[in-house]
Design a protein around this ligand. Structure first.
Ligand code: G4P
Length: 283
């Protein structure tokens, strides 16, 4: 699968990001809790350097609770505060706000004592496309969804979103980029962060079967009432096709249809809460 993951205009955002960073007191680094490694831009450590940072494991309504705990422990062991959040359902938002204040407690009280300084903390939300930056900003601000453009420069005026929590958010989120290797590409495709139009869905669904055999065989078996033990990804996919009536008039299996079913089910969380990768030294 050799394609451009994201349009070129979305790549030259580092300058925009660095510029916006100057006004930020703290960084919210948003990751997808199902794939914290693959949804991370490792340059973040270099880009944000001195700024305090909170790792936000978003979409925790779709990730495994035990996996979440392992990732939180992993990030905290490596010196970053981490919080699990579901921006669509509102879980973890209060904890995130509290953590932000906690991380800056010395600094905010100093700011409060200076009349001419702002009282609220300024948080900049950064992350790769589709990880939930806009949804999180709206959830913290208690606003209805307004999509903030992923195109750097499109939101011409940098605006501050104020909240009732002595927290302001930069409404031009910083766009980071995932690594461009096969594993990352596949993981992003599983979760629906890359358009289906540019994907080979049949190959992808076989990779997803393999991943689920490794990480969540019981969930796979339960969803389709099938046996997965000692079955190959292809045998499993064909079995699901039979169960779901994905058979053409000529009696051949309709691989495209069954592929869409399993990918759609995974993205909607129909297999239950699943984390597709664990921290190193833990798997
Ligand atoms: P971005 O700004 O980082 O690009 O991401 P955005 O907020 O646009 O979110 C991308 C997709 O992820 C949206 O779905 C959004 O609803 C979903 N999402 C964000 N946070 C969560 C979460 O905590 N849990 C779950 N399950 N989904 C989340 P979409 O299908 O692209 O749009 P929509 O139809 O839901 O509006």
């Amino acid at each position: 699968m050799n394609i451009n993951w994201f349009p070129k205009h979305m790549r030259s955002s580092e300058v925009v990001l660095r510029k916006n960073l100057k006004s930020a007191d703290i960084i919210f680094e948003i990751l997808d809790a199902r794939i914290p490694r693959c949804s991370r831009d490792e340059r973040i450590d270099l880009i944000t350097k001195e700024k305090p940072r909170i790792v936000v494991l978003n979409k925790c309504d779709l990730s495994d609770d035990a996996g979440d705990r392992k990732w939180v422990a992993y990030f905290e062991k490596n010196g970053a505060k981490a919080v699990t959040v579901s921006a669509v359902h509102g879980n973890g938002i209060k904890k995130l706000i509290k953590s932000a204040h906690g991380a800056l407690s010395g600094k905010t009280s100093k700011l409060h004592n200076m009349k001419d300084r702002k009282k609220a903390i300024m948080a900049m939300v950064v992350g790769i496309p589709n990880v939930g930056k806009s949804t999180l900003i709206n959830a913290i601000a208690g606003k209805k969804k307004t999509k903030i453009a992923n195109k750097p420069g499109v939101t011409k005026v940098k605006q501050r979103v104020t909240t009732r929590n002595q927290l302001e958010l930069l409404d031009t989120p910083g766009i980071l980029w995932p690594k461009e290797d096969e594993e990352t590409f596949e993981s992003l495709a599983f979760i629906g962060a890359i358009k289906d139009e540019v994907l080979d869905l049949e190959t992808l669904s076989l990779s997803l079967m393999k991943k689920l055999i490794d990480f969540a065989p019981a969930n796979l078996a339960r969803r389709y009432q099938i046996h997965v033990h000692e079955q190959s990804p292809l045998e499993i996919l064909e079995c699901i096709a039979m169960k779901r009536g994905c058979i053409r008039k000529n009696k051949n299996i309709d691989y495209m249809r069954v592929s869409r079913i399993v990918l759609g089910d995974f993205r909607k969380g129909k297999f239950g809460k699943i984390t597709l990768e664990m921290p190193e030294n833990d798997a």
